[in-house]
Design a protein around this ligand. Structure first.
Ligand SMILES: [Zn+2]
Ligand SMILES: [Zn+2]
Length: 389
C-alpha cells in the first residue's frame, strides 16, 4: 500500500495535469461543450451519485449524497474562458487562437475536481453536496440561466458557495465580507436621433453633439452634486460614444452613448438607472432630439449571507488560513450574485499572490499552489454543514 503522503502528492500531480489540460483547451462563454465533457470524464471517476447535464446551457452538476437526510450545499465553479490572446509560452499554453483562461476558471474547476475526489473517500454524514460547473460567467448569463432551468429545482441548495482567486493579495489569504461583497452593474446604451444637414448649415438640421457632451457631463456630476445622496457608492463610466459619421461635409443626425452603471446594492442600481434616464430625457427634450435607451449585461450585487460568511470564516481559521475581512466591497461584478437571490450564499476570494498578473491580463496564469488550499477549505465548509458533530 502506498504511503498516504505519496498518495497525496500523486493526487495533486494528477489535478495539476487536469488544470493544465483545461488551460490548453479553453472555450469562451456559451461554447463550453468540450470543457463540460472533459469535466464529466474526469469527475465520473469519483463515483458521484448523480450527474445533471446541460443545465442552463453547457452547465453540469455532480451530486454526492450523504448518509442521511440533511442540508444541500452547492459549490460553484465556472466553465468559460475569455476572448484574450495568451502571451505565455509555457508548454500548456492555449491551443485555441484568441481564447485563453485568464480568469483562473481552469483552477476553480480543478479545485472542485479535488473536492469530488475527497467526497468519494469521505461521504458527508448528512445532506448532499452539489458540485456545479456553470457556463457563461464572463457574460453574466450563466448563473441566472442555471437558476431558471427547471432542472435546478432538484438541486435547490440550502447554501451556495464559490471562490475566486484574486491577484494582488497574499497567496492563500481568504478575503471575505458579509453583505455586499461585489458590486451590481448594468450597461446602458442611449441612442439619440436628430437630423443631418450640410456642415456649412448646421442650423438646418438637429445635431446631437451638444446633447452628448451635456449628457456625459451630467452623468459625471450625478454623484458629485448629491442628487443621489442615498447612494453610498455609485459610478457611471463612459465606455463608448459615437456621433454621426466621419464625413466632413455633414453635420451629424444620430449619436450613441454607452455607459456602465455600478453601485453597491440592487436598489441603488435602480435609483441610478432612474436618475440617468431622467437626464437623457431632459436633455434630449431640450435639444429637440428623439431618444431610446437599452439595458444590457445586468449583474446583481453579490450579497453574502451572514451565516454563510461565518461558516467560511470559522472553516478558514480552523485551517490556520489568514482571513482578510475587507471593509469596502469590490467594484467588480460576479454573476454569482444571482445565487444570493435564491439561497444563503457567499462568494469569497483566495489570494493569488501580490505579484501574480491581474485577472484578464494576457500573461495571467492560475497558480497551482492554490489548489490544495481551495480544496481543503471547501471540504471544511462541507463538513461544518453536513456533519453530525
Ligand atoms: Zn473574469
Ligand atoms: Zn472569473
Amino acid at each position: 500500500m502506498l504511503n498516504p503522503l505519496i498518495r497525496e502528492v500523486n493526487k495533486l500531480n494528477e489535478l495539476i495535469e487536469f488544470r493544465k489540460y483545461l488551460h490548453s483547451h479553453p472555450e469562451i462563454a456559451n461554447n463550453e461543450e468540450n470543457t463540460a465533457i472533459t469535466v464529466k470524464e474526469f469527475i465520473q471517476k469519483y463515483s458521484p451519485d448523480k450527474i445533471i447535464e446541460s443545465i442552463g446551457g453547457n452547465g453540469i452538476a455532480f451530486i454526492f449524497e450523504g448518509e442521511t437526510e440533511g442540508p444541500t450545499v452547492l459549490i460553484r465553479a465556472e466553465l468559460d474562458a475569455l476572448p484574450i490572446i495568451e502571451v505565455n509560452d509555457f508548454a500548456y499554453r492555449s491551443t485555441q487562437k484568441g481564447v485563453s483562461h485568464k480568469c483562473g476558471h481552469d483552477g476553480h474547476m480543478t479545485i472542485l475536481a479535488g473536492v469530488a475526489h475527497e467526497l468519494q473517500k469521505f461521504k458527508p454524514n448528512k445532506g448532499r453536496v452539489i458540485l456545479l460547473f456553470q457556463p457563461a460567467e464572463e457574460t453574466g448569463e450563466g448563473a441566472e440561466r442555471i437558476i431558471n432551468d427547471p432542472k435546478f429545482n432538484s438541486i435547490k441548495p440550502d447554501y451556495a458557495f464559490a471562490l475566486h482567486n484574486l491577484p494582488g493579495f497574499n497567496k492563500h489569504e481568504i478575503i471575505i465580507r458579509e453583505n455586499t461583497f461585489a458590486a451590481a452593474s448594468i450597461g446602458m446604451t442611449t441612442k439619440l436621433y436628430g437630423k443631418t444637414s450640410h456642415a456649412g448649415h448646421p442650423e438646418n438640421g438637429i445635431s446631437p453633439a451638444i446633447a452628448v457632451s451635456e449628457i456625459i457631463k451630467q452623468f459625471n456630476n450625478i454623484l458629485k452634486h448629491g442628487k443621489t445622496s442615498d447612494l453610498d457608492f455609485g459610478l457611471v463610466t463612459v465606455v463608448h460614444t459615437l456621433i454621426g459619421e466621419k464625413a466632413f461635409g455633414t453635420s451629424p443626425g444620430t449619436a450613441e452613448i454607452s455607459v456602465t452603471l455600478r453601485t453597491n446594492s440592487n436598489d441603488d442600481l435602480e435609483l441610478l438607472k432612474t436618475v440617468c434616464s431622467e437626464i437623457v430625457e431632459k436633455i434630449s427634450h431640450n435639444e429637440n432630439l428623439k431618444h431610446e435607451i437599452n439595458w444590457t449585461e445586468y449583474f446583481p450585487a453579490t450579497i453574502n449571507h451572514l451565516t454563510a460568511v461565518e461558516i467560511i470564516e470559522k472553516s478558514a481559521r480552523e485551517l490556520n488560513l489568514t482571513v482578510n475581512k475587507i471593509e469596502v466591497p469590490f467594484r467588480w461584478t460576479e454573476d454569482f450574485g444571482h445565487f444570493s437571490k435564491v439561497t444563503k450564499s457567499a462568494l469569497f476570494c483566495l489570494g493569488a499572490g501580490k505579484n501574480t498578473p491581474q485577472l484578464h491580463n494576457p500573461d495571467y496564469d492560475f497558480p497551482d499552489e492554490l489548489l490544495p488550499t481551495g480544496i481543503k477549505l471547501f471540504i471544511k465548509i462541507i463538513n461544518t454543514i453536513c456533519s453530525d458533530n
